[in-house]
Design a protein around this ligand. Structure first.
Ligand SMILES: *Cc1c(COP(=O)(O)O)cnc(C)c1O
Length: 441
């Protein structure tokens, strides 16, 4: 398998290079040079296969031998090890629950698969690879769970003291083994800038093999294709055309859906659902892409003013002599932004109509589907429920009027002691800690 940079189609790198580097030097994004179509009978017979078998078939077809089948199988079995069930609301509306992983959000799929791939590509190195991550809460938890006990990989997580929720902090600090949590006396921006400085510091990069668990690593996108097929499989064979509604922030999840369609998934349409940060819906309505600082909302994982995967989406619709990119992308994708008030109303409506507690992100997806189906009533819509409602507890409780229980595997963390190292928001402190850690090895 070869990949190119969205800024330079002539560049070609291997899967290993794309995964280990994360980003090309030209600041573009890696994309597969070929996205093959799966055999028609495989898609027709999808119901015969397990989620893991489907995942393996997709990865194998995309990787084209970059990883031997036996190793790829182990990677899939270790990363796609929790289900993605589809829940029926009514005959036209379904929910794809993506929150059954360790951190209760769909990001677990990407984080786990990336961890497995990095561990695999790193297996013959003598020196450990140190992954540095700055987190405002969520990403760090998914990354820690994904990399936990991965041989040859050390993870160092920086999070802002007092600025993550108590449960999030437990998800960062209760691992031990190869996961180190640094509690920084500062903001998320301080954490991020300390990580950036580390990558630029010569003494550090000479002594340590450093990498990031970058959210735009192609290894995170690939497993997100798997569950679109898994969702399709669970729908009744007969019925109207299928539409996916994807609550979106950086548009990784939606990019993966568009790639799944390229691989042959029979989807009629995608919906880019978001909150007040409606940069992509605006583009889809007008053809003008205009970034701006993000606005805080109820569905805060989608508060993004400059969506990082946007170039990937465009790249999937190269212009031709007859038609522009915009012309083509709008055939497959439409988008809508919704206010917090609309989101709250939708959460209450979904609960009273279907007895289903939806988190604010999923509710935004539901709103986009509801609007689309006014004009396309014969379609069957699948809303991606990107996180468990208990992740957004004070809000969900206030809106729905009851407490959604936190799943037991997470609730039990409350009783495990936090283990973190408190550090000033000072790069030199981080540097000496990292050098100390290597000298002790
Ligand atoms: C990250 C996240 C999103 C946005 O996903 P993108 O791939 O960045 O578009 C939506 N919902 C939840 C709960 C998230 O954590």
């Amino acid at each position: 398998m070869l990949l190119y940079s969205t800024k330079n189609p002539a560049l070609r790198v291997t899967l290993k290079e794309a995964v280990m580097k994360g980003l090309p030097d030209d600041n573009g994004l890696f994309m597969p040079a070929r996205i093959p179509e799966l055999p028609i009978d495989f898609i027709r017979d999808l119901r015969r296969y397990s989620f893991q078998e489907i995942s393996l078939a997709i990865a194998e077809s995309l990787f084209q031998g970059a990883i031997p089948r036996k190793d790829l199988e182990a990677i899939v079995l270790h990363s796609i090890n929790f289900p993605a069930p589809v829940i029926r609301l009514d005959e036209h509306r379904y929910v794809l629950e993506l929150f059954h992983g360790p951190s209760l959000a769909f990001k677990d799929f990407g984080a786990r698969f990336m961890a497995q791939l990095m561990g695999y590509f790193n297996r013959e190195e003598e020196q450990p690879l140190t992954i540095l991550v700055a987190t405002s809460g969520d990403t760090g938890g998914a990354v820690a769970a994904g990399f936990f006990r991965t041989p040859g990989i050390e993870v160092v997580i920086l999070y802002p003291s007092q600025k993550v929720s108590p449960l999030q902090e437990k998800q960062l600090t209760t691992w031990g083994h190869n996961i180190t949590a640094l509690e920084i006396d500062g903001t998320f921006d301080d954490c991020q800038s300390m990580v950036k400085q580390a990558f630029l510091d010569e003494a550090l990069t000479q002594h340590l093999r450093l990498s990031s668990a970058n959210s735009i690593n192609i290894a995170r996108l690939i497993p997100q294709m798997f569950y679109y097929f898994e969702a399709f499989k669970q729908l009744p064979a007969a019925g109207g055309p299928i539409v996916f509604s994807v609550p979106s922030g950086n548009y990784g999840n939606l990019s993966a859906g568009l790639m799944a369609k390229k691989m042959g998934l029979p989807v009629q349409h995608f919906l880019a659902a978001t909150n007040a940060n409606d940069i992509v819906p605006k583009y889809l309505h007008t053809g003008i892409f205009s970034t701006r600082p993000s606005t805080p909302t109820l569905s805060n994982a989608m508060d993004v003013g400059n969506p990082s995967n946007f170039p990937r989406m465009l790249d999937l619709f190269p212009e031709t002599n007859q038609r522009s990119t915009w012309n083509m992308i709008t055939q497959t994708l439409s988008g809508e932004g919704f206010s917090d008030q609309e989101t709250e109303n939708a959460m209450r409506e979904i609960f009273s109509n279907y007895h289903y507690a939806m988190d604010p992100h999923g509710a935004v997806g539901y709103l986009a589907l509801e609007r689309y189906q006014k004009e396309h009533p014969n379609t069957r819509g699948i809303v991606l429920e990107t996180a468990h409602p208990s992740k957004f507890l004070p809000d969900v409780e206030r809106i729905l009027g009851f407490r959604v229980p936190i799943p037991e595997r997470l609730a039990s963390l409350e009783h495990i002691a936090k283990r973190s190292t408190f550090l000033k928001a000072d790069f030199l402190e981080l540097k000496s800690l990292l050098l100390d850690k290597t000298n002790k090895k």
